[in-house]
Design a protein around this ligand. Sequence first.
Ligand code: C5P
Length: 230
Amino acid sequence: MVKAPIAVALDAPDIETAAQWASLVTPYVSVVKVGLQLFCRYGPEVVAVVRGGSRVGLFLDLKLHDIPATVAGAAKSVARLRPRYLTVHATGGPTMIKAAVEALPEVQIAAVTVLTSMTGSDLDAVGLAGPPRDAVRRLATLSVAAGARAVVCSPQEVAAVRAEVGSGITLITAGVRPAGSAPQDQARVATPQQALAAGADLLVIGRPITGAADPASAAARLAADLSVRR
Ligand code: C5P
């Protein structure tokens, strides 16, 4: 079976829950995402546990943001985990992004443009005036010019980013909500079908799957729905 282009965000309180979610969803999705909640508690050892011997892709969502030498050092520190994607914040700037790319040439460095939880007024508050779409496009362009092979944005900007960066770049969208699910703390959202139709390559989906009574069937349903509509 072809697995769905979904990265399940394993934002679990403990390693046992993360491992359980991972084993339930890996039959249906191509990637699992380990983020700050698990990595800060358990460190790199959590990766082998969530992989559990499967060949699922690893999305290491550490959102690195520091001076270039420190980001390069952090990137090298996770090389042995062989992630498929590693995130850095695009607002760290071109030199920082380039440092991550050069430190880990085998890995797709994914530049996070504007967090999908941020609204236009949040952007004004941090001095990035203008609609989110403009900031996202600007940050995507500079990230790709600095060597990033993947960009993270919301489904609402993915078409504009695709027009800007072309077809060779992996576009990853967070802020994905199946019709009828609550946005929770996400602000710029759309459905999985809308995200794919707009040009996304990989959909990050967390709580709509992991918060379901039965995460395996939630993942299976989403995967089946996407394969019908593709
Ligand atoms: O549960 P939910 O589907 O909202 O999870 C979204 C995941 O995507 C979280 O793990 C969050 O850290 C991550 N993320 C995001 N917005 C970005 C980049 C990553 O929500 N711009």
